[in-house]
Design a protein. Structure first.
Length: 82
């Protein structure tokens, strides 16, 4: 399984509760695409949200985000970690 980092823009003012709800929406359906969202981070000032996941493909990550109501602006493979 590969790792992916996706980025959402335009979420200025996001709260911790908003982030938790969005993450929970992903978790509720992630298994349908073989995805596992591991962690999410947000910067309310810039409106940027980052999500780290394990998935069979970037398309699978995007499909889950779209179905959960928050399409990612970018999805990047993360082939190397330390």
């Amino acid at each position: 399984m590969s790792q992916f980092m996706d980025v959402h823009h335009g979420m200025k003012g996001i709260t911790a509760d908003d982030l938790k709800q969005a993450h929970q929406a992903d978790l509720a359906i992630e298994k349908e695409e073989g995805v596992h969202f591991q962690k999410a981070w947000a910067d309310p000032e810039s409106g940027t949200v980052y999500c780290l996941s394990e998935a069979p493909s970037a398309d699978a990550v995007q499909r889950i985000h779209e179905r959960a109501g928050h399409r990612a602006d970018e999805v990047h493979a993360v082939p190397l970690t330390v």
